[in-house]
Design a protein around this ligand. Structure first.
Ligand code: SF4
Ligand code: SF4
Ligand code: SF4
Length: 275
């Protein structure tokens, strides 16, 4: 009974994903949804289970399981453009399929519940960037976050131009856009990480998806909070945070609050169990 309580969170996560999997499978009459959401649910539940077991690389396990599945299986093998261009593409064609469902669940409405969990546990761009040496930023943050609005607009203009220009074989173009887009993301992401000595520089300044993620995660139900009766203000949580969040401030307006990727580094490192 005690064990059941202890592992209730991964169980609930798995069952929630299963509910989504079965619902989409039956409503859309497509077995893919059952397999897809079952796999992702099992991966996330496994990660939470490993976290409870205090396995150091629990988050990385989930990130690699989900990120590589999306990049290699969905993107390269199934030719689904899961980048933001793919989202615009399916939106314009009016097809509520993989990329639009993925965006709705992981990046638009999901963050109301689990914040930027996507960024901490599933993104295939960050999956590679997190291998780099600057796990916490070694230099102060730059005020260049506005670049994300340019990349966001560029992705929209690119897809709109394909439709307005009535470009042929548009599905093939989207597949190559996925390949080129990913190569660019990795190239720019790695270069920025090395220049700014910060693995997550791409996430902070360039990533167009944050235009959705940041405002939605502001209202996130699940967030790390500080118990001020235990906190001794040692500042360790802020020092280990890859996103420079002031997690000791419980207000929604806390510094860099919409950047939290729920990596739990602050929780693991707090000497007083105050988080
Ligand atoms: S900010 Fe963008 S690149 Fe970074 S983890 Fe989130 S979705 Fe991935
Ligand atoms: S690490 Fe813990 S004790 Fe130290 S400032 Fe953060 S919440 Fe407070
Ligand atoms: S260290 Fe804490 S505050 Fe910083 S991103 Fe991770 S979970 Fe969020």
């Amino acid at each position: 009974m005690k064990n059941l309580k202890k592992y209730s969170v991964p169980l609930v996560i798995f069952l929630t994903f299963e509910a989504v999997a079965v619902t989409l499978w039956l409503t859309k009459d497509n077995l893919f949804y059952l397999l897809n959401f079952s796999y992702i649910g099992a991966s996330v539940a496994l990660g939470v289970f490993l976290f409870i077991k205090k396995f150091r690389y629990a988050r990385r396990v989930v990130q690699l399981l989900v990120g590589s599945y999306m990049l290699i299986y969905l993107g390269l093998i199934c030719n689904e453009n899961m980048q933001i261009e793919g989202f615009w593409y399916y939106l314009f064609t009016g097809v509520f399929e993989a990329a639009t469902i993925h965006y709705a669940v992981a990046k638009i409405f999901g963050p109301l519940l689990f914040g930027r969990g996507w960024c901490g546990y599933a993104c295939w761009t960050a999956m590679i960037l997190d291998f780099l040496p600057y796990k916490t930023p070694a230099r102060p943050r730059k005020k260049i976050g506005w670049i994300r609005y340019i990349t966001f607009a560029a992705s929209l203009v690119f897809v709109a131009a394909l439709f307005l220009g009535r470009v042929g074989h548009i599905e093939r173009v989207m597949f190559w856009a996925f390949i080129v887009g990913n190569v660019l993301y990795y190239g720019v992401g790695i270069a920025l990480a090395l220049i700014f000595k910060d693995n997550r520089a791409f996430c902070k300044y360039i990533c167009p998806v944050t235009v959705f993620l940041k405002p939605m995660s502001y209202f996130s139900l699940f967030r790390v909070k500080c118990d001020h009766s235990k906190c001794v203000n040692c500042g360790r949580c802020r020092r280990v945070c890859p996103m420079e969040v002031d997690v000791t401030d419980n207000s929604r307006k806390r510094k860099n609050g919409t950047e939290c990727i729920l990596c739990m580094e602050c929780v693991k490192n707090c000497p007083k169990d105050a988080l």
